[in-house]
Design a protein around this ligand. Sequence first.
Ligand code: SF4
Length: 396
Amino acid sequence: MSLRKLQVQYITGAHRRLRRMGIYIHVPFCAKKCAYCDFYSLTDDASMDAYVKALCVDFRRSRTDLAGASVDTVYFGGGTPGLLGHKRLAQLLKKLRSNFEITADAEITLETNPATLTGEDYAKLVRAGFNRISFGVQSLDDGELATLGRIHTSEDARAAVKAARTAGFQNISIDIMFGLPGQSEESLGRTLSEAIALEPEHISFYGLKIEEGTPFHEMRDKLDLPDEDLYAKLYLLGAEKLTSAGYSHYEISNFAKPGLESRHNLRYWKLNEYIGFGPAAHSYLNNTRYGITRDLNGYISAVTAGQLPERSESEPVEPEAQLREYIMMSLRLSTGINRMVYEARFGRSFEKPEEFFRRISRGGLCVPTDNGWRLTAKGFLISNTIIVKLLQYLDE
Ligand code: SF4
């Protein structure tokens, strides 16, 4: 862009309209805690109305943070946002629209559990403006679902996807997990075949992690968890099955039909700005990352009293940290690390990364792209180790 054009944009304020933003709303309610989950959510739903009211106050207070920005992705995550019901969700979306500039083509996602909403609810959500729905299916094997402590059956999941489709959702995502206790290649293969048959536009394919403080962590020695070898086989089986079915493996754990990648999640991986509302929500604004304390009542009291919600952390992202974040995030994506971005944005020579990737490419962990390198599925499997080694090498 020419200097003259930039000057004109500054004079007219057009540069401010170019600022794109995402909004995340954390909904910390679940009907029952799953045995493996460490997300912030509560099973007591008595504060739902007070929470919705507090969010609306917080939206209004935050208008200045997003002044001049266009919001092109909105994501209701949790917890189980569907538990709020269509009326509260429609109210929140309306409030967002009245406080922020939401673009006409914004991706507006609702996460939910397959056993929470009815066909009628889905239709009302579509009418309210939700255009993407993400179901926590996890498995289509009833034994595995019971072990995970999910409240739904595989039949509930199939029925929910079909009902959402009939109600008008044209962009449906489902989560599937691998590495579950007792899971075999056969049972995962069956789950994936059935998931593909439901024709969702997007599939998130996550490995189970045993998180501290969860029931699974306490009983970890008794769980029949896959060993390292089987865990790797399950991941590679999933990647192969999903790509053969026409899904592009665009991020370590995410697969999408062409053009239907999650725009909101891409924002996180591409280090673009977003603002999060509610306890446990995170934001990345003006080169600062911050999180809100995991305390629903504290959040409601602070916000309704006109105060800022308490932050659990807040850290400016300095240029050196930005470079590290770029390396970590770009290697999660199938587009990989880009030589031109690396050199132009961070003013570094790409010589050392080039040498590093050339070396590990001999083991099939990465392949060259037109402008850099990307990890293969085999590389994604050990991406953390690759990233640590690359960062150490760059520091030498
Ligand atoms: S439904 Fe989701 S957020 Fe709620 S407890 Fe289960 S995994 Fe966690």
